[in-house]
Ligand binder design. Structure first.
Ligand SMILES: [Zn+2]
Length: 256
């Protein structure tokens, strides 16, 4: 198989279940799409069964609608088993094959345990970490449909546990300004009507509160927090400090 038969994506976000990505980083993905980046979502499982959903077909329709709301260019389901997702060689290879196909520069993946919630999230973190490594390993092509190796340049972690979200305490954490995509993010989460019925309406207040909390720490109206797996650096301090939003763009020199 050749990688050219698949469109190259700039960014891939990986979740254990459909709705993980929307809740954790939907605002950032919508913003990346707005900026012209080609963005994809990979769901490791279909998230089913869950208590209130009638079944996988409905959940898949919700995921499709949510992805369209964010404007992502591809959404792939890996069909690994929900509720009994385990880090395994087979799961790592399955995800690495997708990375070799779509050749992202940035992968955004789960970065923490979610105590009192699904243990699949922690397994998804191990699978994603390993698959990023496997994607670039040579002399192993028969495991990967003979797709060429691909090196992913950047890897960010997201957190799903509202209770563990902290103000950025140290280098390596960063906040993406999602003031202009927070409503799109909430709309995308609302696509999951089976997961968040009227009795769980509080989820939207929590998402909004977390966004305001995380954004405020960086001086924005709303934000999503990530941890970079390597220390962040810049070759352009002025752009890094002042050029992050159009409003802050340094003035261009006048043309005479
Ligand atoms: Zn989940």
């Amino acid at each position: 198989m050749s990688a050219d038969s698949h469109p190259q994506l700039d960014v891939i976000a990986v979740g254990a279940h459909p709705d993980d990505i929307e809740i954790a980083c939907g605002g950032t993905l919508a913003k990346l799409v707005d900026a012209g980046q080609r963005v994809g979502i990979i769901d490791l499982t279909d998230g089913e069964p869950t208590p209130l959903s009638p079944g996988p077909d409905v959940r898949m329709a919700e995921a499709k609608a949510a992805g369209e709301t964010l404007g992502v260019h591809a959404r792939v389901l890996l069909h690994l088993p929900n509720r009994r997702l385990f880090d395994s060689f087979e799961a790592r290879v399955k995800l690495a094959v997708e990375f070799r196909k779509y050749r992202p520069r940035l992968v955004i993946g789960l970065g923490d345990k979610t105590p009192m919630a699904s243990p699949d999230h922690w397994q998804a973190m191990q699978i994603t970490d390993a698959a990023i490594f496997y994607a670039r390993l040579t002399k192993w092509d028969d495991y990967f449909d003979h797709l060429p190796v691909h090196t992913i340049s950047a890897h960010l972690y997201y957190s799903l546990g509202f209770g563990t979200l902290q103000l950025p305490p140290a280098a390596g954490h960063l906040v993406v300004d999602i003031a202009d995509t927070l409503e799109t993010k909430l709309k995308a989460v609302r696509c999951y009507a089976t997961q968040f019925p009227k009795t769980k309406e509080f989820i939207y207040d929590r998402i909004r509160a977390a966004a305001v909390h995380d954004g405020t720490a960086a001086g924005y109206e709303a934000g999503e927090v990530f941890a970079s797996t390597r220390t962040l650096g810049t070759r352009d301090l002025v752009h890094f400090l002042f050029g992050q939003t159009p409003a802050d763009e340094p003035r261009k020199p006048e043309v005479r």
